[in-house]
Write a new protein. Structure first.
Length: 318
């Protein structure tokens, strides 16, 4: 067992390292182009940041709360507010026609929705917000989080890659942990009350799960890297929006595919991670890869719903 575990760890480290190098190489040309745009507008962003910094009188705690709490929360509730209108009213049809699990949440149960919103708010205010206190002091210890000089675009891309890998590792293994029978029964079962999830359900969880699986995997990357508050703000906002997309129940055009995590809510014992890399290494996506959901697991580049272009096989034909 120890040898097997050690071999798995070595393979994981090798694949993750190789993947990071390949990703960096492939992104080089794109980042160069985007970097030029960033450099051109760099003076504007730098000036805007300094104006905000002096508006807050350089008070680091105020700046930190604004960047790490307020802006990401507005991104989360703004995005999910739009989705909840569609969930409750069935309009606009531009959104609802892209529903993944047809016939589910059409419309969403209002009582369950209120409970999900209440739990999400409790987790944000009673778990995530207090966790920002130790994070703040860790960032102060690094000493460059509130620097008057913004990080370069290329450095931000490096940080973003590292944040994503750290989140994948921590989320996958903590998620597998709460699926152990005892922990599932008392902790994770709450999150799986939604077999057809909606966006706000991304943080509908037991407080302990919200701490271990939702909060720490996202916070750890910036704490390890000693990131600038602007990088933290961008990362937290991006993490909130992407997890909302993965839970939203709609496979919308030009957005990341939510099929992977939606399948997890449907089947419970598949697709534990974020990127799917560790699921592939551990074989926890084998059933998913044999389904129509896997064929639909791609960015939709047209306006035709994938549920229409790649429909489920009729049960009689199975």
């Amino acid at each position: 067992q120890e040898e097997k575990l050690w071999d798995t760890m070595k393979i994981t480290a090798y694949v993750l390292g190789t993947g990071l190098l390949m990703f960096t190489a492939l992104m080089n040309s794109v980042s160069w182009y985007l970097g030029n745009i960033w450099d051109t507008s760099g003076h504007f962003w730098q000036t805007t940041w300094l104006k905000f910094y002096y508006l807050c009188d350089g008070k680091e705690w105020t700046i930190f709360l604004f960047g790490a709490a307020l802006v990401p929360s507005l991104a989360f509730w703004g995005f999910n507010g739009i989705l909840m209108v569609a969930d409750v009213t069935g309009k606009p049809t531009f959104i609802t026609r892209y529903r993944i699990q047809l016939g589910k949440n059409d419309p969403v149960d209002s009582k369950k929705l209120r409970q999900a919103i209440y739990t999400a708010l409790c987790n944000q205010f009673l778990i995530s917000l207090p966790m920002l206190v130790p994070m703040f002091y860790i960032m102060k210890w690094w000493g460059n989080t509130f620097s008057k000089e913004l990080p370069t675009f290329h450095w931000f891309l490096v940080e973003l890659s590292i944040f994503t890998l750290i989140e994948e590792i921590l989320f996958y293994y903590t998620h597998r942990l709460v699926h152990l029978p005892l922990l599932y029964k008392h902790i994770h079962k709450k999150h799986h009350e939604w077999t057809a999830p909606i966006g706000v359900v991304s943080i509908y969880a037991h407080p302990l799960e919200h701490l271990l699986s939702n909060t720490l995997p996202v916070m750890t990357g910036p704490m390890v890297m000693g990131s600038h508050i602007v990088s933290i703000t961008a990362w937290f906002s991006l993490a909130f929006i992407t997890t909302s997309i993965s839970h939203c129940g709609y496979h919308l055009p030009f957005l990341p595919s939510p099929e992977f995590h939606d399948f997890h809510h449907l089947k419970f014992n598949q697709c534990y991670g974020v990127l799917g890399l560790l699921d592939y290494l551990h074989g926890t996506d084998t059933v998913f890869r044999q389904t129509k959901a896997y064929e639909r697991h791609k960015v939709l580049l047209s306006l035709t719903p994938l549920s229409e272009s790649i429909p489920e096989v009729p049960k009689k034909a199975e």
